[in-house]
Design a binder for this molecule. Structure first.
Ligand code: NAP
Length: 284
């Protein structure tokens, strides 16, 4: 049996859709009543568990042979290492891990460093593994920037004019579904991007074109970005996001790959297709 973690989030929800479309049986982890209800509403069998509670994971992993592992904190290694250990003991045979493009054991950024360290642990675990390393999600625009755009405000970032090869989470999910069910990607790191690298300014301009009004991106300093983010989230998370954008300015997200097409047999979705599908969510 397959178990999906992160099942109510941006990637996990799409992994569920991809497995449902392929009629592949699976269960999904729910850490709260609200998440369990959300899964039930989608016709998914939820299994209760919390990644930070090894006893609950031991229970959740009973009978599981393949695991999609996604964590969402500032240090993926701290979150995932205990789960990898419990999974091995529980008899899981394969883990498909959600990582991030540009992950590196010596990275200054905690997301990138933590993902690389968790990948290394997985490689050394003796389990079958695949690491799926996407670049930045197109869906971030819906979650983080659409509220400002709807309110007629600019989008601020400390990415400067650097370009990012944004990817649709549905493409990540389609790759994850293949990695969970087929054997040819075992032992591989899959670098996933969309087909075009665009700066925040360029994406904002495209949204503005669709809305027939100006949507502005204002590049800000690291300090301004950190201060603004730290006002609304834990300081460690704000620092990690700020330093991630420093890495963007060093060019970690600007190269495109054809890996989505190599794995799924069809090209990655474009930003233009994504924006035209979701334009209504940017309307004030
Ligand atoms: N955003 C990007 O552009 C980007 C790019 C590359 C890589 N990534 C990586 O993607 C991952 C985040 O994926 P996402 O954006 O899909 O996540 P997300 O939307 O933030 O959702 C997080 C999911 O994980 C679940 N979760 C969080 N903590 C948990 C815990 N302790 N136990 C059980 N479940 C827990 C949440 O469940 P609840 O419903 O209970 O909250 C939710 O389903 C991170 O590892 C990040 O580094 C992100």
């Amino acid at each position: 049996m397959i178990l999906i973690t992160g099942s109510t989030g941006k990637v996990g929800q799409q992994v569920i859709s991809a497995l449902q479309a392929a009629k592949t049986p699976f269960t999904a982890l729910a850490r709260s009543d609200a998440s369990a209800r959300e899964l039930t509403a989608r016709g998914v069998r939820g299994v209760r568990g919390d990644l930070s509670d090894p006893a609950s994971m031991r229970q959740a992993l009973r009978g599981v042979t393949r695991l999609f592992l996604l964590s969402s904190g500032v240090d993926p290694h701290a979150a995932e290492a205990p789960v990898i250990g419990v999974a091995r003991e529980a008899g899981v045979q394969r883990i498909v891990k959600l990582s991030a493009l540009g992950s590196h054991a010596d990275a200054t950024n905690s997301f990138l460093r933590g993902h690389a360290r968790a990948e290394r642990l997985l490689e050394d675990s003796g389990l079958e593994w695949t690491s799926v390393r996407p670049t930045f999600f197109m869906q971030n625009w819906l979650v983080y920037n659409a509220p400002a755009i709807r309110a007629g405000q600019p989008v601020y970032s400390n990415t400067g004019q650097s370009r990012l090869a944004w990817i649709d989470t549905r493409d990540i999910a389609d790759v994850v579904a293949v990695a969970l069910t087929a054997d040819e990607h075992v032992g591989r790191i899959l670098d996933l991007t969309g087909p075009e690298a665009l700066s925040y300014t360029q994406v904002a301009e495209r949204i503005g074109k669709g809305l027939h009004r100006t949507v502005q991106h204002v590049p800000v300093s690291d300090r301004a970005a950190y201060t603004a983010m730290a006002a609304g989230m834990p300081a460690a998370y704000a620092f990690a996001l700020t330093t991630l954008n420093q890495a963007v300015r060093r060019g970690i997200a600007e190269t495109t790959t054809d890996t989505v097409e190599l794995v799924t047999g069809r090209p990655a979705r474009t930003m233009d297709a994504f924006l035209s599908e979701h334009l209504g969510e940017f309307h004030g």
